[in-house]
Design a protein around this ligand. Sequence first.
Ligand code: MLT
Length: 264
Amino acid sequence: MRASDDGVTLHHETMGEGEPVLFLHGFPFAGALWHPVAERLADGWRCILPDLRGMGRSPATDAAGMDDHADDLARLLDALGETRPVAVVGMSMGGYVAFALARRHPERVRALALVDTRAEPDTEEGARARLATAERVLREGSRVVADDMVGKLFAASAPEALRSRWHAVMAATPPQGVAAALRGMAARPDSLETLRSLGRPVLVIVGAEDTVTPAESARRMADAVPGARLETVDGAGHMAVVERPDAVADALRRFLKELPPLKS
Ligand code: MLT
């Protein structure tokens, strides 16, 4: 299904009926990353799975800052006729986008579930490395990122088939989209204050073996919000969403069921 908005067309899927949950994927993947979790939750919720700008089947532009993604998502929700505030579930870069959505469109956000992500910005050195990688991707292709990332994403026990499946998705993402996302992530601000002032329920989930956005970052986010819960997923790395979708979906179900009712 596609929704048109001011010249940008975000590809997306919806599954199930009920209160809305917006699933934001990590870099450089697509909404399909959330399939195994959303399929488990579609019995009670309206799961909305966009492909963020430049990834999956959504078109790439040279600019893909976190704020651009947030505005794309607000327009997508309008196009879907979704006027209710949504529970936003963001994995890694999807978490960075969720923070931007909370800053720019706070009325849209009912609750935040932050999965294998972090609130800290890049260090100066990290941002410089990302910009250099963006240039390399434009010259040599997205395989540069796929080859670099695949060894860091999964728990030691993850099957080879899972690694090669997601390596292929990364390698097939258009270089323009990968480079724009790298530049966008390099420029993102610190979001710890966003979390502190959010005033919404927060759940933090982290794979016990995540080395990309590790347990200390997850703990810092949970500590910033009174009442926030931290769930650790054993046997999973940065890709807990596809490594242990059962555990991630169970944690989300518990969280979503306990949210204060939507105002009608
Ligand atoms: C992701 O999974 O979205 C990325 O690894 C996030 C990042 O590189 O900071």
